[in-house]
Ligand binder design. Structure first.
Ligand code: RNT
Ligand code: ZN
Length: 412
């Protein structure tokens, strides 16, 4: 089907595809650097990422250096329509120096900013509270030992300074997202003490006021992780309350809730008490498995809520998945494009008609319309979006992804 005839089909429902395409191109997706190297980072250490997060698979082509990761990212962005962001973790420093986490400085990340300027990308940032000897007990900011807490508080403070400088350099506020693995494998005796320590550490870390044009703080909750099955100190309730009291962004990771919870349903609820949200769009399978996101009902529901509740301007969309069993660059491209496809569908939803039916309590019409609407030619509109941004679709995309994967497969 041609774009013009697809456009006419949507027009029959009162929807302007040009408006949707114009809006879609303004929505940046923050692509996570850690899909490119299985959450290893570029510190001079070896071993697993720790903290209960785990990439599985051994597909050839893992990026082993900042230069390789940037080359892979350049390719991935070239296959994704629109202008986006990169979400960098503190363990991805680019320097010959070997600073510990409590000694990192802006200069260790400056090459990333130079590259981002060249590529016209925004950057987001994250302290790395895992994959370190001082995090081996899965206790960092809530550790009973003041010295360990202070080490991580210093790390967090430094990442805020770095994020602010990144945001200033790029003229685009850098979101600095805090996720800590802290928790207990078996049932703790004193949850209150752990949570009080986490709160005090966060307060110390976030105490210095920052210019929100340069950086914003976010906090990410979690239900459980491997090795911390009994209790996560930074639970959803903990961080929801914290974010509301302190005015930070709340990060909702789709893998960090009970498996049957509807994360999309939370957006309108929490946004009544919060100015801004951060999403980690992910696909949990039975647990927080961080599968590459599909264009499935969960993602469509997230996009639907963002548009329906008018939350696009108040929500930063980040991705959080990592799969090492397939081409890592393909994983980025497929997942990011799926987020965009979901947003396109949401932008092309006849909300006026649906709301009108809902408000009349005519749930039959609401159901008829939502189900009939699924047959509209979204694919032709997406193809047009990709054509306008000169990125491939369909079999041509597959050829392009394969070609790049072939070029990196000999990496050791
Ligand atoms: C872990 C959290 C967190 C990490 C990244 C690497 O469960 O989802 O966001 O995935 O910080
Ligand atoms: Zn996450």
């Amino acid at each position: 089907m041609t774009y013009e005839s697809a456009k006419a089909r949507f027009a029959d429902w009162g929807l302007e595809t040009e408006v949707a395409l114009d809006r879609l191109k303004t929505i940046p997706i923050s692509m996570h650097c850690w899909q490119g190297d299985d959450v290893v980072g570029f510190e001079t250490r070896s071993g697993s990422s720790g903290g209960g997060i785990q990439a599985t698979g051994n597909h050839p082509g893992r990026a082993r250096s900042p230069a390789e990761l940037r080359a892979d990212l350049d390719f991935a962005y070239s296959q994704i329509p629109g202008q986006h962001r990169l979400n960098l973790h503190a363990m991805y420093l680019d320097t010959d120096e070997t600073p510990d986490r409590d000694a990192i400085e802006y200069r260790h990340f400056a090459p990333w900013v130079d590259w981002a300027k060249e590529q016209n990308l925004g950057l987001d940032f994250n302290p790395t509270f895992f994959g370190h000897a001082k995090a081996d007990d899965n206790l960092t900011l809530s550790h009973p030992d003041q010295g360990i807490r202070d080490f991580w508080i210093e790390h967090g403070k430094r990442t805020r300074d770095i994020a602010a400088r990144i945001g200033a350099e790029l003229g685009s506020a850098c979101i600095n997202n805090n996720w800590v693995p802290d928790g207990y494998k078996d049932v703790p005796v004193d949850r209150m003490a752990a949570r009080t320590r986490l709160e005090a550490s966060l307060d110390a870390m976030l105490a210095e006021a920052k210019d929100h044009e340069q950086m914003c703080d976010a906090v990410e909750s979690k239900l459980f992780g491997i090795g911390v099955e009994a209790c996560t100190v930074g639970s959803h309730e903990f961080y929801m309350g914290y974010a509301i009291r302190k005015g930070t962004l709340l990060c909702l990771d789709m893998g960090h809730f009970h498996p049957t919870e509807n994360i999309a349903d939370k957006l309108s609820a929490v946004s009544l008490s919060l100015d801004r949200l951060l999403l980690h769009v992910s696909r949990p399978m039975r647990w927080d498995s961080d599968h590459v996101i599909l264009l499935n009902d969960d993602i469509l529901a997230m996009a639907h809520e963002l548009v329906s509740a008018d939350l696009l301007d108040r929500t930063a969309i980040g991705l959080d998945f990592f799969d090492a069993t397939i081409s890592r660059t393909a994983a980025w491209v497929i997942g990011t494009r799926n987020m965009q496809k979901a947003l396109l569908r949401a932008l092309l939803t006849p909300f006026d008609r649906l709301r009108e039916a809902e408000n009349r309590l005519d749930f039959t019409t609401r159901l008829t319309l939502t189900e009939e609407f699924k047959d509209l030619p979204f694919g032709a509109i997406w193809d047009e979006f990709c054509a306008r941004h000169e990125v491939p679709t369909g079999l041509a995309l597959n050829t392009s992804l394969e070609k790049y994967q072939f070029s990196v497969a000999s990496r050791g």
